[in-house]
Design a protein around this ligand. Structure first.
Ligand SMILES: *[C@@H]1O[C@H](CO)[C@@H](O)[C@H](O)[C@H]1NC(C)=O
Length: 410
């Protein structure tokens, strides 16, 4: 006699996966998942580590020095780089280093070269970022290396690594590398708020959807090429950049330009839910994200609590709040003022934070607690993680599932 078949809900699988997501979400918010992560022994750390960087002026290390663009999209002249960490201005939009320089230092990598820098060695990664670049090809078109082009440049590097190291080693390097993406601000500032035609064609929600849609595709392109570990710098309170605050000075008592900040927040929320989904869908996909928006807002509002004196004005610039983008070079407005003590300032120029902000935030991303960076911090991502949090829980649930239904067996 056949044993009676087990009663089975047609939605059993669906219910389980929803529960799983909630389960992970609740664990994540409690911050107790760290104990479920096991790292392999440090003996694996002899592997070559690589750091690939995509994005805009927040992370550009000098690519724009080599393209035909406007002076506003360049930073290879004084007083950029004035703190002397680098002998000459390098093209970084900062008084010194930018966030990815610190992260590279913490991982003890050699300085990651700009892709367009002649004779660059790509073995420990390369920086594809370009000041002014957006996710959308339309953003500052013709004056920047847009994200689709940055991805094509990565493909070129991937091929050259395969030739240099051999297929197997290159594949290993690609899958162990960190892919750091910091982009989107220019899509919302120049690409949307500064572009009446775009605003006629798309409402804010549609536009955010388009940016996030393209960003998601970019992540998938990298994943298909073997990338597994991603780091993201979410968008800052864009309306509080000195340049945007200055635009708003008539309507308010010097408050932030709220429409810009609202776009940044909508983008950040959409990005974090996309990342949560990708973690579920793409096998082996791991990432690090953070709430840069609140983190920076806190320093803008309460600078003295964090070692700053001024969270509003640019150290280098002119006009209200130093919001006129005039910090050296051959920009449209030539005159500018430079503050005496850059260490007091959150903002270096009208659009970009100081090295001190870059460093503080790099530290948070590197080994910050689960409340500020997650699901992984970058230190954990760089180390070899054998069993990952989601998978540990998922495995347990899946095993029960396969035992009953046998449909998840590989
Ligand atoms: C990507 O952006 C283009 C505009 O550049 C848009 O037409 C397209 O729909 C976007 N793709 C996605 C998946 O959102």
């Amino acid at each position: 006699m056949a044993s009676p078949s087990k009663p089975r809900s047609p939605f059993g699988c669906f219910v389980i996966s929803i529960t799983l997501v909630h389960f992970i979400a609740s664990i994540t918010s409690l911050g107790t998942c760290q104990s479920l992560v096991e790292e392999s022994s440090t003996s694996d750390d002899t592997n070559t580590k690589a750091f690939f960087i995509f994005g805009d002026s927040t992370v550009d290390s000098g690519n724009n020095n080599y393209i035909d663009t406007v002076p506003e999209n360049r930073a290879n002249y004084k007083p950029y780089g004035q703190n002397g960490y680098f002998k000459e201005p390098t093209g970084r939009f900062s008084d010194g280093r930018v966030i990815v320089d610190f992260i590279g230092e913490y991982e003890k990598l050699p300085l990651v070269p700009a892709f367009l820098q002649p004779n660059a060695d790509y073995t420990n990664g390369v920086n594809f970022a370009s000041g002014g670049a957006g996710v959308l090809a339309e953003t500052n078109q013709g004056m920047v290396i847009d994200l689709p082009t940055q991805l094509r440049n990565f493909e070129e590097v991937r091929v050259s690594l395969s030739e240099k190291l051999g297929e197997k080693k290159a594949k290993e390097l690609i899958s162990e590398a960190i892919y750091f993406i910091s982009i989107g601000s220019n899509d919302y500032m120049g690409g949307y708020l500064g572009n009446p035609k775009m605003q006629e064609s798309y409402n804010p929600e549609q536009y955010v959807g388009m940016v996030i849609g393209n960003l998601t595709q970019a992540i998938q392109v990298l994943y298909e090429k073997g990338a597994r570990k991603f780091g993201f710098l979410s968008l800052s309170p864009l309306g509080c950049l000195p340049a945007l605050r200055a635009l708003n000075s008539k309507s308010d008592k010097g408050g932030c330009f709220e429409a810009a900040s609202a776009l940044a927040q909508a983008h950040n929320h959409a990005l974090s839910s996309v990342l949560k989904s990708l973690e579920q869908i793409l096998e082996g996909f791991k990432y690090s994200n953070s709430n840069f928006y609140d983190w920076l807002q806190e320093r803008i509002s309460n600078p003295t609590n964090h070692g700053f004196k001024d969270g509003i004005n640019a150290c280098c610039g002119s006009g209200a709040y130093g919001g006129v983008f005039s910090c050296g070079g051959t920009k449209e407005v030539e005159d500018y003022e430079l503050c005496e003590n850059v260490g007091d300032y959150v903002w270096w120029d009208s659009f970009h934070p100081t090295e001190k902000i870059h460093e503080q935030f790099a530290k948070t991303l590197w080994n910050g607690p689960h409340s500020s960076v997650g699901p992984y911090n970058l230190k954990r991502l760089f180390s070899n993680i054998k069993v990952i949090k989601a998978r540990t829980i998922a495995d347990v649930v899946d095993r029960q599932e396969t035992g009953e239904q046998g449909i998840f067996q590989q």
